[in-house]
Design a protein around this ligand. Structure first.
Ligand SMILES: N[C@@H](CCC(=O)N[C@@H](CS)C(=O)NCC(=O)O)C(=O)O
Length: 289
């Protein structure tokens, strides 16, 4: 029923969707965007629909944390996706709801577009001086951000799903999601982990990955030598968007053996620690559904 309702406007695939009042009325009850988020900055209210282990979601969160923008997260059930029922045409995460003043929140899909809209707002709100923002969004930073999405992020899945036990470990976060029922938790950890493990071969084939651990170590060596080079961050003294994207990828899998091996077997530790010291999730708030 809901799927057939017209959507007011949609930009090209992965674009911007303004959710109609009718759809909102029929959508499952979602609490209003919090006053905390709306009042604390001129960026407006920010709600992120996410999976805890999604690299694209973690990149958006890392950016919000870096700029200390308050936001709310809603964990989406990977099997039922009931939390994003309102989004019939776009069924991936992250999805962001951006509000401003008393206006209806706008749905933004696809992490590069989400990041770009957030950065526009952060710039307009003068949270960062224009010169620093230009450095943050420099052509080189955007190039590394694309590399992170297209080359690094795709290596994560095969690395955290090599066996059922590794997949199970990666999916362990579902046990801590407050609004998931026990059935949601157990079914996601078991069925989700099994499905991910089963899909590993297909993903490796799709991206021509032979040895997934060697591939991720190689990608990280490339990032350190060509991206960060001899500076504290790829952005110089301060992180840029490329730093944030790579950090988000690794943060997404920090509960896994793959992460521990990457930290032990590559030279990324010091850069990661520098990033962790400036990206502190102090303004995040988990929203219970
Ligand atoms: N280009 C999208 C990719 C998003 C994406 O692939 N998200 C994955 C999770 S990491 C997803 O939602 N997959 C569909 C599913 O889980 O059913 C972005 O950058 O936001």
């Amino acid at each position: 029923m809901l799927r057939r309702l017209p959507i007011k406007s949609m930009a090209a695939a992965g674009g911007l969707v303004v959710v109609s009042k009718v759809e909102r009325a029929l959508a499952p009850p979602v609490k209003p965007l919090s006053c905390i988020a709306a009042a604390a900055g001129t960026v407006g209210s920010v709600r992120l629909y996410q999976y805890e282990i999604c690299p694209f979601c973690n990149k958006v969160k890392a950016m919000l944390d870096l700029f200390k923008v308050p936001y709310e997260t809603v964990d989406v059930n990977p099997l039922s996706k009931k939390e994003i029922k309102f989004s019939a045409d776009y069924r991936k995460v992250p999805i962001m709801m951006l509000g401003q003043g008393g206006e209806e929140a706008t749905q933004v899909n696809d992490s590069p577009l989400i990041a770009s809209q957030l950065l526009d707002r952060i710039e307009a709100a003068r949270i960062l001086p224009s010169a620093d923002m230009a450095n943050f969004r420099s052509p080189s930073a955007l190039e590394w951000a694309r590399w992170s999405d297209e080359k690094l992020a795709v290596l994560l899945f095969p690395n955290i799903t090599r066996s059922f036990s590794e997949s199970f470990q990666a999916f362990g976060y579902v046990m801590e999601v407050p609004h998931f029922s026990w059935t949601d938790k157990i079914s996601n950890q078991v069925v989700g982990a099994f499905a991910m493990w089963m899909a590993q071969g297909k993903i490796k084939k799709k991206y021509s990955i032979d040895d997934e651990r060697a591939a991720v170590r190689g990608a990280i060596a490339h990032w350190l030598s060509e991206g960060v080079a001899d500076r504290p961050f790829a952005g110089g003294e301060q992180p840029n968007f490329g730093d944030v994207c790579v950090f988000g990828c690794l943060k997404a899998i920090d509960r896994t053996d793959a992460y521990r091996e990457i930290m032990a077997e590559t030279a990324i530790g010091p850069w990661f620690e520098r990033m962790a010291s400036v990206v502190k999730p102090g303004n995040a708030r988990t929203l219970r559904q």
